[in-house]
Write a protein that binds this ligand. Structure first.
Ligand code: NAG
Ligand code: NAG
Ligand code: NAG
Ligand code: NAG
Ligand code: NAG
Length: 345
């Protein structure tokens, strides 16, 4: 390629990468279909080149939001602001919905994020900002902390479709072991006495034995789920697991379950919820959108089975650091060539 042509191509590429269509450039991995723990009705589809997301469905009063466009970003703080592509009718007045997210990388195939907004009772108790149409909204105004902040408990996880197993992380300490368990759904107790909940054969996987007790766990037909994310707040852990079934129907089976978990007096207590955990989810109380409360009793602790310290996460961190180094080197090279181009024009 001729030098002038090359330089023109390079400057086009750079301006394009910097700005995208609407002032956002989504992380490079954000393209294609994803499982998202904030939407239990469908998978979401991200089209990176036009910053467009189909999914994150929301019903506000009589209106439905089914897609969004990224309209502003703050790269240094990992903030992205999405605006609904549908208008919301609030008693005759047109409004827009805004979803400000603060994201972080878990693996190259999975990310976590929080929605920086208030819980709206008129939007099915989801976190979202509703503003009259024509309001000028940007990161500064629509990601304003005074609009309301979520707690880490509510962390949302999304995983690239086809890469569920690659998103597996070590389960947190209260879940590590081989257990028998019972599940109480508020009226009936299941699985008491004969059951196995295995997180000792592989510490990134939960496997239940449906031959011993057929009551479904983590909304899975196959009885296998991967831990994808966990955080601790006080003495509780909040653990997001991904159902390993090849497909889910979004009615009886779902991709994500979040557990509020704690250990006490030799037992592990947990309550489940479809999708992400909710603000006040407690290990001892059934969540409105969960199946019930679990009591797990360990018959083998993980330390008895595996003595080596597994470093699944270190591998990922080292891997992504190596990726970052390569990326930084590439960016520096491009910037140097670009400067050279500018000098000679
Ligand atoms: C969504 O909205 C954005 C601007 O708000 C617009 O540019 C885009 O064309 C819309 N996309 C679709 C598919 O309607
Ligand atoms: C954030 O909200 C506070 C309180 O409502 C307001 O005073 C402030 O101006 C807002 N900041 C921006 C950048 O809109
Ligand atoms: C675990 O199994 C033992 C023996 O079968 C039983 O006594 C105990 O109640 C079981 N615990 C749970 C939580 O199911
Ligand atoms: C499940 O339990 C049954 C009955 O004890 C046993 O035969 C079977 O091997 C178990 N399955 C697995 C995968 O461990
Ligand atoms: C959980 O249930 C107990 C009673 O079993 C109750 O005292 C407690 O307030 C509940 N906690 C939450 C967070 O709902």
């Amino acid at each position: 390629m001729e030098k002038a042509t090359f330089c023109l191509f390079l400057s086009l590429l750079i301006s394009r990468t910097k700005l995208g269509d609407t002032g956002c450039s989504l992380p490079v991995d954000w393209d294609g279909e994803f499982h998202d723990s904030s939407d239990s009705t469908q998978d979401i589809t991200i089209t990176r080149y036009n910053n467009y997301v189909v999914g994150w469905s929301l019903t506000v009063f009589i209106s439905t939001v089914s897609s969004w466009t990224c309209v502003d970003e703050d790269k240094s703080n990992n903030l992205l602001l999405f605006k609904s592509n549908q208008t919301i009718d609030v008693f005759g007045a047109p409004h827009d919905a805004y979803r400000c997210i603060k994201y972080g990388m878990l693996t190259i195939h999975s990310y976590s994020y929080l929605i920086l907004a208030n819980i709206e009772s008129n939007a099915g108790n989801k976190r979202v900002l509703i503003m009259p149409t024509n309001t000028v909204a940007d990161i500064r105004s629509a990601c304003n902390q005074s609009n309301g902040l979520p707690s880490a408990v509510e962390t949302i996880v999304f995983v690239k479709k086809g890469y569920i197993a690659k998103a597996a992380q070590s389960c947190p300490s209260p879940f590590l072991g081989c257990y028998n368990y019972s599940l109480n759904d508020g009226s009936t107790t299941y699985c008491d006495g004969t059951s196995v909940w295995d997180v000792c054969s592989d510490r990134t996987q939960m496997v239940v034995n449906y031959t011993l007790c057929s009551k479904k766990q983590f909304f899975s037909n196959g009885g296998v789920a991967y831990c994808a994310y966990s955080t601790s707040v006080g003495s509780n852990y909040y653990v997001t697991v991904v159902n390993a079934d090849s497909t889910v129907d979004f009615t009886t089976t779902f991709r994500f379950t979040c557990y509020a978990v704690t250990s006490s007096g030799g037992y592990v207590y947990a309550s489940d919820n479809i999708g992400a955990c909710v603000q006040n989810q407690s290990p001892y109380n059934k969540s409105v959108t969960g199946t019930g409360t679990l009591v797990l009793s360990a018959y083998t602790f993980i330390s008895d089975v595996t003595t080596e310290t597994s470093d699944d996460n270190v591998g990922v961190i080292v891997g992504s650091l190596a990726g970052v180094v390569v990326l930084v080197a590439a960016v520096v090279a491009v910037v140097l060539i670009y400067k050279k181009c500018q000098q000679t024009h």
